[in-house]
Write a protein that binds this ligand. Structure first.
Ligand SMILES: [Zn+2]
Length: 261
């Protein structure tokens, strides 16, 4: 050790007040001693820094680090957990980043929570089925309600490949289900209890029975070409009272369903 020699010289008791180099040597020694004390106190990192430079600057750094650490500890716990892992109190450097990162992280977390709160309501909750639905969504309209070839076409024809599910336009009770040999083929009537019935004709297969209660959108059968049909389609009718057919297009449109006619 190079510092040994001035320290040795200093051992002479009455040279203390004389010369500057010796003072400097003593100061160094004091610093080394205090550094050792600090090490004993467990402030290892700071003490090492003290021995390196003669200045008390490290103390300021440690104070700063301490205040930052305090600030960090006051910050929201969840925000700190989400920030980069910090080595607690071992080195003063990571804590500033933790202290400055925490408020930002908290803000971000709050913003996320706000968006998370706002969005799920319409998305994740199973949206209630509307009272009236399209009996065969996505189908092409091949014929509307109205005069056709000299007679009234009393419903709307909706076409998709044979076997496509047919859905109840609204909740109700099945009042007829089967082939009545009247040209409609396999057909189903649903009474909606409000004076209106819906009628689904030409089905390849019926999936409900008379008396069964159905919900809006429930599959009641499958598209086909039974009865008087030139090809697979759903012939859909709305009856205002049994066999009093009305135009399904405005009726359904008034209930939020556009059938395209
Ligand atoms: Zn038809």
């Amino acid at each position: 050790m190079q510092e040994d020699s001035p320290v040795q010289n200093e051992n002479a008791p009455d040279t203390a007040q004389t010369e500057q180099p010796q003072r400097a040597g003593r100061r160094n020694r004091l610093i080394v001693l205090s550094a050792a004390a600090l090490v004993a106190l467990g402030l290892g990192g700071v003490a090492v820094a003290t021995t390196g430079t003669e200045r008390p600057a490290p103390a300021a750094v440690s104070l700063d680090a301490q205040s930052r650490a305090d600030a960090a500890s006051r910050a929201d716990r969840s925000a700190r957990e989400s920030s980069a892992p910090t080595v607690p109190s071992a080195s003063p450097t990571p804590s500033p980043s933790a202290a400055s990162a925490s408020p930002t992280a908290t803000k971000a977390a709050t913003a996320k929570a706000a968006t998370a709160k706002a969005t799920p309501k319409p998305k994740t909750t199973t949206k209630p089925t509307p009272a009236w639905v399209n009996p065969m969504p996505g189908a092409a309209v091949t014929s509307c309600y109205g005069q056709r070839w000299g007679t009234l076409h009393a419903g709307i024809d909706l076409a998709l490949p044979s076997g496509t599910p047919i859905r109840a336009a609204a909740a109700g009770t099945v009042t007829q289900a089967g082939d009545a040999s009247d040209g409609y083929g396999n057909s189903v009537f649903i009474d909606h209890g409000n004076g209106y019935l819906t009628h689904y004709a030409h089905q390849s297969r019926i999936a409900v029975t008379v008396g069964q209660k159905v919900k809006a959108g429930q599959v009641i059968g499958y598209e086909g070409a039974t009865g008087d049909a030139t090809g697979p389609h759903l012939h859909f009718e709305v009856h205002q009272g049994m066999w009093n057919q009305v135009d399904p297009a405005p009726f359904m449109r008034a209930r939020g369903v556009d059938l395209g006619c």
